[in-house]
Structures are given as C-alpha cells and as structure tokens.
Design a protein around this ligand. Structure first.
Ligand SMILES: Nc1ncnc2c1ncn2[C@@H]1O[C@H](COP(=O)(O)OP(=O)(O)OP(=O)(O)O)[C@@H](O)[C@H]1O
Ligand SMILES: [Mg+2]
Length: 506
C-alpha cells in the first residue's frame, strides 16, 4: 500500500521538525510548511491524505487555511493544533469541518492515535466515493439500452473519453440519446460529484442566451436587478452540456470559443474575466461541417468542439436493439405487472411492424409509441390496432414475415431477413424501391442482403460505416498529454486548455 502523506503546517520550525520525526517513525511520508500560504501551495501541487496545522500563525491562520483546503478538496481531514486544549477557536474549527484538534504538547501516543483515526476516516471516505461512483456507473449503463455493434462502439468510446477533460461533440438525429450519452460521460468521469448542467442553445432567444450562459452583473440591462451566475458558473467543477449547438448565434459562438480556449468568461456588463473549470460536451443533430461551409458556424469553434466526435446511430441503423428497447419501455411503464417477457405483452404482428418501421424520431418516438399503446390497449397484449395510424400504414403486408410462434419467438434477424425478402419480392427485385419502403438507405440494404447471402456480387458503392470508429489510443493519449502540458499540476482532470485540434479528413 502507498504511504499515507501528511502535511504539517506551523510557523514554529521546531514544531514542524518534531512532528516530522515522530510521524516518519510511524511510517508516514511527511512534508512541512512554515506558513498557511506555503502549505496551501504544497497541497495544490499534490494533495495530502492529512493536514495538521497550527491555529495561530501570522497572515493566513489555521482557520483560514482550513477554509481554503475545504474549497480545494473536501475529503482530506484537517487536524488543528492549539496551545490549549479547550481554546474556543479550536472548537469553532471543528464546527467548520476540521477532523479534530490536538493540544500541541500532548502525549506522543495521543498524537499518533488522532492521526491514525483521521487517516482511517479519509480512506473510508475515498472507498465510499469510489463505490458510489461504481454504483452510478452501473445504474447509468443500465439505462442506456442497446447491444448492437453500433451501440457497443459508442460505449467503448464513452469509456475511453469519460476520464479525460477533452471536449466532446455528439452528433445524431433527434431522439437518438445524445443527452443520455452526455450524462453517461459525465457520470463516469472524475467530475461525477460535480453538477451536470444542460442548456438548449436553440431554445433560448439570442438576447437572453449570453446572460443565461455567462451570467450578468446587476444593472447591466433593464431588469438585471441583481448579479446572476449563468449556466457556465453553475457547472463549475462539473460538465456543461450545450445542446443544439448548431443553432447558437454567431455572436455567442465567439464567446463560447473564448471559454474553450481561455477557460474564462465575461459576465454581461462586466469587464473582468471569471475563470471557469467546466468540461464541455456539445450536441447537434445538424451537420456542422455543412453549417461551417454555409457560414452559419465558426470554423475555429467547430474544431475546438470536435476534439472527440461521437456519432450516435439512428434507431433504423440498429434494428436489432428494437426488441430490447420495447422490453425496457414496457418494463418501465408496467412495473411489477410486467412478468413473463415480451411475448405476453405485445403480439407478433405488432412487434413485426415495430421492427420494420424506420423511426425518424428514433428512440424517443419508440418510447412514446409504447407508452401510448400501453394506455390504449384493450387486451393484455399490445396489438397492431394500438399502434399509431402512420406506423401501421408503413408496416409489412400480411403474412410476409415469419410468425412469432407461441412456443418460441423467432430472432429479430430471422424476422428482418424474411421481411426484407418479402418486400424485395413484391417490388420485383427493385432495390431502390425496396430500400425506400423499408425506410433504410440503399447501402444498408446492400449490406443486409450481403449478410443474408442474397447479394452475390460485390457492390462497388457499398462502404461500411466508419464514422463510429473509436479514437485510437494515440489520439486519446495526445489529448491527455496536451492537457497535462497546458497545466502540469492537475493531470488528466481539470485542464485549462485543449490540444491543437485534429482536422477531420474530407
Ligand atoms: N439507448 C437508449 N436506451 C434507453 N433509452 C433511450 C436510449 N436513447 C434514448 N433514450 C430515451 O429516448 C429519449 C430521447 O433521448 P435524448 O433526449 O437523450 O435524445 P436526444 O438525441 O438528445 O434528442 P433531441 O435531439 O431531440 O434533443 C429519452 O427519454 C431517453 O431516455
Ligand atoms: Mg437532446
């Protein structure tokens, strides 16, 4: 086990030396500082497991040091040392969060015991925090449903990037789970105990957006009757999620760029910058490269945001996840009533239509359809009549797909294959028409046909989707190195800047 590290702060050099020798003999690593400011500086560079500080020191006294330390790292215990055991200020210190106080000339055994207890507490707290983090991780992972290869790539990427400070740009159609993934990145990061603040940049009028994001000072405009923090400062120590970033007006884009570059903001009406420590995750359902080309989005901001691009698949690109999602939403709607599996609550024909529909509104649309069907269903099981008209209309023809027999349901792959073949047969083999009816693009159809052994010849136009490639170890390392370089004291977390942006190909 690593040695516990103790910081002793006392303006009396002899006291520092005495405690240093006593505690080193006990096997601890000890460093000393002769003033509150020097102690704070040492702690900032590399945190300690325990701080022991004299209460009476010139300039920054023990109480002030305690307050500053609490701001930096609330988990390291602080022991206050006093000349007299019952000094009122020592009791106040405990009320302010000090672990305990010690009379300076008490017995060595008492010192050792208090130190041991404080370190035990610190260890237990850290273990608890780690357990809580793991628990949140499991919980979040459970909520994001999907086992398809496309979703697995997303999870892999989330795992890799969560612990870095790198800015992430999530792209995906409406309802694909962009916000859910952003939350998951936050919850798996070292900032999970900090806030996650989401702001929809497209839903706030331009005149308000700046003050909502960066805050304002009292009197800066009519109605600003007091200072306001703004979302960026509310997200301090955590993550800010800038949703629909593509809809941000150009006037605000330049200010976001400054925040990403300098890690500082200017509240409306103030000429003094305010430092902010937030991780930025942005999302859009637009193609930002097109927006850049059209002059609606700043190139420099685009590269700043697009450090790690994360593309979420549309639901029609991961149809094998549909039964899992239906199962998940049914479970959520029905609670304990939901027993015995999917087949008891949705009939085969309805399931077939859900699997074949192209879901322009993605998971959100599916979620709404299931909730609605659960409410309006007449029997125990959801049937075709419980689905909205437009979905029913686009469903497969009668008797085309295999029936989910009562004894055992067919796999979705079998269902998909037979449905595709049936539509292909009806269109007389016309692939363009088939793909339109199926609501998938032509390359997806070719891929599926190839998978099912229908398409013998190689299709020269078919390209596998590479947009979801997980960034290489080198890219992630480069991002982290750049972060460390820009602020070596803080390592992976809490960087002040981003690395030079990789320019996407094409
Ligand atoms: N993989 C998933 N598993 C379970 N639920 C999901 C999944 N993806 C999305 N959802 C649910 O679908 C709904 C929409 O998700 P979310 O708001 O994250 O999408 P979005 O991409 O941000 O949409 P929009 O672009 O419209 O803002 C939410 O209720 C979310 O819980
Ligand atoms: Mg959203």
């Amino acid at each position: 086990m690593a040695q516990d590290r103790i910081l002793v702060v006392d303006d009396e050099e002899s006291m520092c030396q005495y405690l240093s020798i006593l505690l080193q003999k006990e096997g601890y690593e000890v460093q000393t500082a002769n003033s509150g400011a020097a102690g704070l500086e040492l702690f900032r560079t590399s945190p300690f497991d325990l701080v022991m500080t004299d209460i009476q020191m010139p300039k920054m006294d023990g109480i002030q040091l305690l307050k500053e330390l609490k701001k930096l790292d609330a988990t390291s215990p602080v022991i206050i040392m006093t000349a007299y055991a019952s000094e009122q200020s020592a009791i106040d210190a405990v009320n302010l969060g000090a672990f305990s106080y010690l009379q300076k000339h008490c017995k060595n055994d008492d010192i050792k015991m208090v130190v041991r207890n404080a370190l035990d507490l610190h260890r237990a707290r850290n273990e608890n925090q780690e357990l809580r983090r793991q628990l949140t991780r499991t919980k979040t992972r459970k909520q994001i449903i999907g086992k398809s290869p496309r979703m697995r790539s997303v999870y892999k990427m989330v795992d890799k990037i969560a612990s870095t400070m790198a800015t992430v740009l999530i792209n995906g159609e409406s309802g694909t789970g962009k916000e859910l993934i952003a939350q998951s990145i936050h919850q798996r990061s070292g900032r999970s105990s900090g806030p996650f603040v989401a702001i929809n940049c497209g839903a706030i009028p331009e005149t308000l957006l700046e003050s909502q994001l960066f805050g304002h000072v009292k009197g800066s405009f009519t109605g600003a009757d007091r200072d306001h923090d703004g979302f960026c400062r509310q997200a301090e120590g955590g993550t800010i999620f800038l949703d629909e970033i593509g809809e941000t007006p150009l006037s605000i884009q330049v200010k976001l760029l400054r925040m990403l570059q300098e890690r500082e903001i200017y509240p409306v009406g103030s000429s003094s910058p305010v430092k902010v420590d937030v991780r930025v995750i942005a999302a859009t359902n637009r193609n930002l490269e097109d927006e850049v080309a059209a002059g609606n989005f700043r190139t420099d901001l685009y590269y700043r945001l697009n450090v790690i691009p994360l593309q979420l698949p549309a639901l029609r690109e991961r149809t094998d996840d549909i039964p899992l999602l239906v199962d998940h939403f049914l479970k959520r709607c029905l609670g304990p009533e939901y027993t015995g599996g999917l087949g008891n609550f949705i009939d085969e024909a309805a399931m077939r239509i859900l699997a074949a529909y192209d879901w322009p509104g993605n998971v959100r649309e599916l979620e709404n359809v299931i909730e609605r069907a659960v409410i309006i269903r007449e029997g125990e099981r959801i049937s075709v009549g419980d689905l909205p008209e437009h979905i029913r209309a686009l469903g497969p023809g009668e008797g085309t797909a295999p029936v989910l027999s009562v004894g055992g349901m067919v796999t979705l792959e079998e269902l998909e294959k037979s449905h595709i073949l049936a539509v292909l047969e009806r269109t007389g083999g016309a692939r363009k028409q088939t793909s339109e009816i199926l609501g998938i693009n032509a390359s997806t159809l070719y891929r599926k046909l190839k998978k099912y052994g229908v398409n013998d010849e190689e299709d020269p136009e078919y390209k596998d989707d590479e947009s979801l490639e997980v960034p290489s170890e080198e890219l992630i390392n480069a991002v982290e190195d750049a972060i460390k370089e820009s602020d070596p004291a803080r390592g992976t977390e809490g960087a002040k800047g981003d690395r030079p942006q990789p320019v996407p190909a094409g």
